[in-house]
Design a protein around this ligand. Structure first.
Ligand code: FMN
Length: 334
């Protein structure tokens, strides 16, 4: 997986599930994809449950075509995180990532996520245990600071301590998080973006691999950042506008790409996945719900979405619904 991290799709709960990842794979073959955050303790409990195999499949199952793929873990206990990381290696994940950026109340009650930025030594111990147990690259996703602990020196101290624990890369969400007073959504918009601090971090620690995350809206904006950092990670703008990123394999990964990626090609590519999923008893809607943003800014897009949503919402809907939706797009050259 050479430098797949130059462009990655950020972990997003309720968005980057296995279906969206298969969708994104139709758009970019080279980019690094992340799972949603999975809590290490949930993996621990699932392994011991009588229906453990199904629970684990729901939590961390994936299709090899999603690779290169990183499992994002949440937790603060080196033993539990090591167990989860070892399982990730067994299952064929390419990397594991520790979430040190989520500010939600629920995550704070578990004493992990962004609040761990105040405990660099603990994060280092977690990273080290995960790397030892799994043999996989362990990366950390974090903020530039939390609450009053938001100086550049504290950021560097955090990164240095965690790097000494063996972290392979740092994905830095270029905003601080307020742990009290702002909800997670506000914590993604209210604190100002400080790309300058991430650039400075890379300049001061050139031997570390630093990715920048937060507020990137276009491939061109990503290319501009890549002048200063090793990788870029994009979340909301990928989910809301998947086809906007159709050029990243060529533009960012420097790959020769022959056919243009169209909405209909993406849909056709999803059909085998939908067949397997529905044959296993899954609902088509789990896949189709991610398709609403695939066609935008063209006349008739709303009608196309409405028909797809209606047909895919039927309990018995199968992959033929996607084939029909693709045909409707192909008739219009989309
Ligand atoms: C719906 C949603 C869910 C998210 N879930 C996670 C998560 O599970 N783990 C994580 O580290 N960050 C999560 N994030 C934060 C994103 O990974 C990313 O850091 C943030 O959205 C900023 O990047 P963007 O401006 O490109 O969206 C989530 C963001 C959104 C919008």
């Amino acid at each position: 997986m050479q430098q797949a991290y130059r462009f990655s799709v950020a972990p997003m709960l309720d968005c980057t599930d296995r279906h969206f990842r298969v969708l994104m794979r139709q758009i970019s073959h080279c980019s690094l994809l992340y799972t949603e955050m999975v809590v290490a303790q949930a993996i621990h409990h699932a392994r011991r449950a009588s229906d453990g195999a199904e629970r684990l499949e729901r939590l961390i199952g994936f299709d090899p075509l999603e690779k290169p793929l990183a499992l994002q873990l949440g937790g603060d206990d080196p033993t539990l995180l090591a167990e989860a990381a070892a399982l990730a290696a067994e299952r064929g994940y390419d990397e594991v990532n520790l979430n040190v950026g989520c500010p939600s109340d629920k995550v704070q009650r578990g004493r992990f996520g962004a609040c761990l930025m105040a405990e660099p030594a603990r994060v280092a111990a977690c990273v080290s245990a995960m790397a030892r147990a799994s043999g996989l690259p362990v990366t950390v996703k974090h903020r530039i600071g939390i609450d009053q602990r938001d100086s550049y020196d504290e950021l560097v101290q955090f990164v240095d301590t965690v790097a000494a624990g063996g972290a392979e890369r740092f994905a830095v969400h270029a905003r601080k998080a307020w742990l009290e007073g702002l909800d997670p959504r506000q914590n993604r918009t209210v604190p100002p973006l400080r790309y300058d601090l991430v650039h400075r971090l890379k300049r001061d620690r050139p031997h570390l691999t630093i990715e920048l995350n937060g507020g990137l809206e276009t491939p061109d904006a990503c290319l501009a950042q890549l002048q200063q950092v090793d990788g870029v990670m994009v979340g909301r703008a990928v989910y809301a506008h998947p086809l906007r990123w159709a050029g990243v394999d060529r533009l960012i990964h420097g790959r020769q790409v022959n056919d243009p990626v169209l909405a209909s090609t993406v849909l056709r590519g999803l059909i085998p996945h939908a067949q397997r999923w529905t044959a296993g008893g899954g609902r088509l809607w789990a896949i189709a719900r991610h398709l609403v943003h695939l066609v935008e800014a063209v006349p008739g897009a709303r009608h196309w979405r409405a028909s797809l949503t209606k047909a895919a919402g039927e309990r018995s809907a199968g992959a033929a619904v996607l084939a029909e939706a693709a045909r409707a797009l192909e008739e219009r050259g989309l």
